[in-house]
Write a protein that binds this ligand. Structure first.
Ligand code: GDD
Ligand code: MN
Length: 397
């Protein structure tokens, strides 16, 4: 009566076409100590899905041998709910792997996951299914789009949730940045999008893994309100936050650069840009000396400084074009393109200079920092600004 738990590589196989089975949609419900929720959950889902997908869906409860014997309660429901399947895992543990194991045993072309504690409103499923029918590869229930939200979360929990998202954005902008709610545990994905891709999820965030390793083009998002738990308790602890970080880093490291695994700040180029910037400081100093010093030209200080800064900018452009961003310069050859890059670089650096002066004043006058410390911070910020804007504007691929 129980589905046996697959073992080995966490990988879904493609369906043999044409599929002899009528099942089109398989929804995984991972559970751990949810005996009080499971019947209402299954009843609600059956009521919802029977009219739209009669006999064509399956609900797969994947229980990790819960001490409260959720799997046993689930088993008693099998007679009343013919679309229900139950998997009891006695070896492996964890939410994410439970989901993948469920998908491995599933027969549908559309795969899904939803919490087993009624915190995910079942009605949203119909909208998610409709999005999949319209051709989405992935349909996510999101708390952060129209009609989405959380019911009664503390400020701390909101901050933690958003903080996790920002960290994800910094580490993996090409993955986490594709959706409004990368932490969602309520979504549908087409089997084709993840078939034959080895998944290595840790902790809770299976969606990150699907986004990172799947072949996903079309994404749809549907707003939902994350409801409060009525029975049982959440299994989230500080451990899940660590798992999440570990997960992000692993995705980051096991993939090549570029594409959706690009970094927000490409370190190698940033380092080169910084070194070129230092060479510019030397040039600026030398030229300022030569122009201003009485024994050479003896120009006024302001005039000398403007000229010195401009020579430094030209110096920096030359090295950045030939070294820091050589790959882009290679692709966009020709005098005109080069001159256009130079004008942009020049403009960005001038804005940076103004920013530098403003920031220095702000930090010194308003925050009462030591002027040298204030200058250091201002330089750091402006270097980032110069790098980032030039990367996006002057040496854009
Ligand atoms: N099989 C199995 N194994 N199930 C588990 C495990 C486990 O180790 N841990 C938790 N579950 C089940 C719970 O029984 C529940 O059905 C579901 O996974 C979610 O667990 P909760 O502990 O209730 O998580 P939450 O409410 O804090 O967070 C959920 O909602 C977030 C927002 O959408 C999770 O689904 C998150 O993934 C999701 O981001
Ligand atoms: Mn929950």
């Amino acid at each position: 009566l129980l589905l046996s738990a697959p073992s080995g590589v966490l990988q879904v196989s493609p369906l043999e076409a044409p599929s002899p089975l009528p099942i089109r949609f398989s929804l995984i419900i991972p559970t751990y100590n949810e005996r009080q929720n499971i019947e209402a959950m299954v009843a609600h889902l059956s009521q919802l899905l029977d009219p739209v997908l009669p006999g064509e869906y399956e609900l797969i409860i994947v229980d990790d041998d819960s001490p409260d014997r959720t799997w046993e309660v689930a088993q008693t429901l099998l007679v009343a709910f013919p679309q229900l399947r139950v998997m009891r895992r006695q070896q492996e543990r964890g939410l994410s792997t439970a989901v993948v194991r469920g998908w491995q045993a599933a027969q549908g072309e559309i795969l899904g996951v939803m919490d087993g504690d009624l915190q995910h409103p079942p009605e949203v499923l119909l909208q998610l299914l409709a999005a999949m029918e319209r051709g989405a590869d992935l349909a996510i229930a999101s708390r952060h789009v129209k009609r989405g939200g959380v019911s009664r979360w503390s400020l701390l929990r909101r901050l933690l949730s958003r903080g996790a998202q920002v960290v994800g954005l910094l580490l993996l902008p090409g993955v986490v940045g594709r959706v409004s709610d990368p932490m969602s545990g309520y979504f549908l994905v087409s089997r084709a999008a993840i078939a034959e891709r080895e998944l290595q999820p840790t902790g809770y965030k299976i969606l990150i893994e699907v986004l990172g390793r799947g072949q996903i083009q079309e994404i749809a998002e549907v707003g939902y309100v994350f409801l409060e738990r009525r029975e049982g308790e959440s299994k989230v602890t500080g451990r899940q936050y660590l798992d999440y970080l570990h997960h992000l880093l692993r995705l980051r490291l096991t993939h090549g650069r570029g594409g959706r695994f690009r970094e927000l700040i490409p370190l190698k180029q940033f380092l080169r840009f910084g070194l070129v910037g230092l060479s510019g400081v030397v040039v600026d100093m030398v030229v300022l000396y030569l122009l201003h010093d009485a024994s050479t030209l003896g120009l006024g200080l302001t005039r000398s400084k403007i000229l010195a800064a401009e020579v430094a900018i030209i110096n920096n452009f030359f090295w950045n074009d030939a070294w820091t961003f050589a790959d882009v310069a290679q692709q966009q050859r020709g005098g005109v393109a080069r001159f256009r890059r130079f004008l942009k670089f020049n403009a960005v650096c001038l804005v940076g200079l103004v920013l530098n002066v403003l920031l220095l004043n702000l930090l010194f006058n308003q925050l009462q920092l030591h002027y040298l410390l204030a200058n250091l911070i201002a330089i750091a910020v402006v270097t980032l600004w110069n790098f980032w804007v030039n990367l996006k504007l002057s040496w854009r691929v």
